[in-house]
Design a protein around this ligand. Structure first.
Ligand code: GRF
Length: 213
């Protein structure tokens, strides 16, 4: 499946996807297109270094333009990897069940408008949460509220700052996102007509109790 990635930042999640489909799971998908709303985004540099078609989204709010970019590149599955713009409805609808987002917290907690970057982790720490984590979900019309594919826990440490916590959560994103994208690209993980996610393997929904010692 041809994967298109939208990113606004440095692109470490994009890099994790590129590496995963080139080195770990080459037969089940490939990052074929990268776009950013910022022409100076590190994600575009990573794409070009990897020989992947890259573009700047001049007007992120223009659904027809974005849809044209994705379709011209033959994108079948869209991944929002640190994309900070709202995806126009026309694009969300065109890619229903074929658009994923990664969020650096356990949605629905610490999500929604304004919850991105270190603000998320600062809020987690301010609330004294013992556990945060990563959420990968299908994108629907409500920001950060699409059907959840997988979540993975990250413990909050007593001496954590928003930055140290962000770094551990980001490393977890790099591991969880590619596995979720691979499952959807391979047709194993699907968004059913019932609005629920089907086919998530046990390794992405383990019995965490087994890890409690
Ligand atoms: C990070 O803050 C990550 O938690 C979130 O968006 C940002 C993306 O970072 N998903 P990068 O551009 O993938 O390095």
């Amino acid at each position: 499946m041809r994967i298109g990635v939208l990113a606004s930042g440095g692109g470490s999640n994009l890099q994790a996807l590129i590496d995963h489909f080139r080195l770990v799971s080459s037969g089940r998908g490939a990052v074929a297109f990268v776009a950013s709303n910022r022409e100076d985004a590190g994600a575009l540099v990573r794409a070009r270094d990897a020989g992947i078609r890259a573009a700047t989204v001049a007007s992120p709010g223009d659904g027809d333009a974005l849809l044209g970019l994705l379709r011209d590149a033959g994108v079948e599955l869209v991944v929002l990897a640190g994309y900070l713009k709202h995806v126009p409805l026309a694009v969300v609808r065109a890619y229903h069940g074929r658009m994923l987002n990664v969020h650096p917290a356990l949605l629905p907690s610490f999500g929604g408008a304004g919850m991105f970057g270190t603000r998320v982790h600062a809020a987690v720490i301010a609330h004294g949460a013992a556990l945060t984590g990563v959420t990968v979900h299908f994108v629907n019309e409500e920001f950060d509220r699409g059907a959840i594919v997988a979540q993975w826990p990250v413990a909050v440490r007593e001496d954590d700052s928003a930055e140290t916590l962000a770094a551990r959560v980001l490393r977890t994103e790099h591991r969880l996102l590619p596995l979720c994208v691979e499952g959807v690209a391979a047709g194993e993980i699907t968004l059913g007509d019932d609005g629920r996610v089907h086919g998530v393997p046990d390794r992405l929904r383990p019995d965490f109790l087994d890890l409690l010692r």
